[in-house]
Design a protein around this ligand. Sequence first.
Ligand SMILES: Cc1ncc(C[n+]2csc(CCOP(=O)(O)OP(=O)(O)O)c2C)c(N)n1
Ligand SMILES: [Mg+2]
Length: 282
Amino acid sequence: MSADMVKEPIGTGSRELATRARLNVLRMLEATPAGHVGGAMSCIDAVAVLYDSVLNVDSQRPDDPDRDRFLLSAGHKALAQYAVLAERGFFDKELLDTYGRENTALGGHPDMHKLPGIEGNTGALGHGLALGSGMALGLRRRSSDAKVYVMLGDGELAEGSNWEGAAIAAHYDLDTLTALVDVNGMQISGTTAEVMDMENIAAKFDAFGWRTVEVDGHNHAALHDALTGVPRGGVPTAIIMRTIKGAGLPAIEGTVASHYWKPNRDELDAAIAAVSEHLTER
Ligand SMILES: Cc1ncc(C[n+]2csc(CCOP(=O)(O)OP(=O)(O)O)c2C)c(N)n1
Ligand SMILES: [Mg+2]
């Protein structure tokens, strides 16, 4: 990347939000030094752009029936969503210090019954697209303008249920549904090319009748343009994001080992120092 991309000038507040969110992830790792950090870091720029300027959500009214929905289908990336929700005021930041502890609301996978702003219990991969399709259909049937965004992993696409969801969305002309695919080229045990190669991802969504856009998943301006430029045209949109696993944390960037990171104190301090360099407002 990424080191250069992170130093891009801030176009919107999303860049600062992403930096603060990365620091929130590291704060959570101080509570429990273990988690799915790599995949959280590859999607966190997109999550920041969504919550900065795309989603119509209000932390004071998390149950507003007409809110936009964001579903983290790849639920193991939960650290990214916790970090951004905390920054946007969905819950008290002190909750970050309970991550991974007994009875916490911030477990390894998101729980809608414990945390405001979570729209579905995910973690078993492959369900978000069908769930999101059902939400988009239900919202349309009660004449809501709310939109639905679903974050998928590239390894996750090996689950066949994704393609049932993709078919449903196209069949029902769900143009309020947008999938974001975090294509970091890696999954739990290796590269996606060696474990289960799902390329060409855009061609696959295209074949299911979707509109597709490919972007650099760490470029906030490109993400913003892709997310706000979704047309109402009777077809769902898939945003294929090229990303780097572990982005922003030099010690683990671009490594399969970043999938589940267990940093020691020195590694955490080094990561905090590296991310803090990008803060513009101290
Ligand atoms: C149904 C199911 N099978 C297997 C797993 C175990 N698992 C957790 S994360 C992961 C890899 C997912 O890869 P990807 O979607 O590329 O996400 P990334 O790790 O890059 O964030 C796997 C296989 C799971 N959570 N659910
Ligand atoms: Mg991946």
